[in-house]
Ligand binder design. Structure first.
Ligand code: ASP
Length: 329
């Protein structure tokens, strides 16, 4: 940028404008607004690259953000090598894989399922709950029964996954429940998309924390904790230790910060700070947030290093490292 243009831009900020230290500090991973009406999709972790490719088949053709996020995260649910999403995920402490998912659009329509077993695509059931029922959330046996009555089928489960079985048996020896930092560097998939018509949607799906107490549900299927969209403002999604997001209504808090004028990255930074304040002394607890506003600006922030997200626009298709508060050696 030329010096003259830089000074002109500074002038446009107005005499009383203060550039916050955070804005200065985080500039490098902040996004630039994309071209008007150009779609954007972001999603958590490296598995987000393939998920974004699925979403882009719809977004790139001018399709709807809601259909795009559903199709995108279903790619990850189908991947039986993924140990934290779909039926290839790690089981609970009783040896069962239980799935949580939710979806939300720009009009605050939403659907969710939790503690769902033996169904390959929980995100499709969440979408069907949204489209076909007057409710938002179905859980457990009731969710499965409703899904089977509404065109979904049970898969033969457990699928033989020898390594997963062996890891589970090794874990049973001590049966110690520990929340690790990026143990495998891939967790829940949370996705946010803005389509060419300016509509935003989000989806989130997971098999939850490995070896959790049977019946435990994390943040991922909880609207306002693991995912929140407001079509006037933007959206947010989360990954990591779900209890922290539930206690702070994390995704909703991020959207409310953006409503008050924070950039997506600043809003994620704010909630990470609040979580640390509410959990003093908690070591090794990873939490990461992603946010996007309706202008298509996006950003992320996490407690520890190692959290990254996949970005797809008309010009970019890459991983972006999120900023973080603490370093895990
Ligand atoms: N947030 C998910 C949960 O607590 C897990 C994760 O993202 O790794 O169930």
């Amino acid at each position: 940028m030329s010096r003259r243009k830089f000074l002109k831009n500074l002038g446009a900020l107005g005499a009383g404008t203060v550039i916050s230290p955070l804005a200065a500090q985080t500039h490098s991973s902040s996004s630039l607004p994309p071209k008007k009406n150009s779609p954007v999709v972001i999603s958590t972790w490296i598995h987000g690259m393939e998920a974004n490719a699925g979403a882009w088949e719809i977004l790139g053709a001018g399709g709807d953000a809601l259909d795009a996020v559903q199709k995108g995260v279903a790619v990850t649910e189908s991947d039986m090598t993924n140990r934290s999403v779909g039926l290839g995920g790690r089981p609970d402490r009783d040896g069962h894989v239980t799935l949580d998912a939710c979806i939300m659009d720009h009009d605050s329509r939403c659907g969710s399922v939790a503690f769902l077993e033996d169904i390959q695509h929980p995100i499709d059931v969440a979408r069907a709950v949204m489209d076909k029922t007057p409710h938002v959330m179905l859980v457990g046996e009731g969710a499965q029964k409703w899904a089977l009555e509404n065109g979904f089928s049970k898969v033969d489960y457990p699928v033989p996954l020898p390594q997963v079985q062996k890891d589970y048996e090794d874990w049973l020896i001590k049966s110690e429940y520990k929340t690790g930092v990026n143990v495998e560097n891939h967790d829940t998939i949370g996705m946010l998309a803005l389509d060419a018509s300016g509509r935003m949607a989000g989806a989130c799906t997971t098999s939850g924390m490995a070896y959790k107490i049977r019946g435990r549900v994390g943040d991922s299927p909880i609207i306002g904790a693991g995912l929140f969209i407001d079509g006037d403002v933007g959206g947010a999604t989360a990954t990591g230790v779900g209890e922290a997001m539930i206690r702070t209504a994390g995704a909703s808090a991020v959207v409310e910060s953006m409503r008050r004028g924070a950039s997506p990255e600043e809003a994620c930074y704010d909630i990470v700070q609040r979580i640390l304040k509410k959990h003093p002394g908690v070591e090794g607890m990873q939490v990461g947030f992603l946010a996007m506003n309706v202008q298509g600006e996006y950003g992320g922030y996490s407690v520890y290093n190692g959290f990254n997200y996949a970005l797809r626009t008309q010009d970019r298709n890459e991983m972006v490292d999120a900023k973080y508060m603490r370093t895990w050696e």
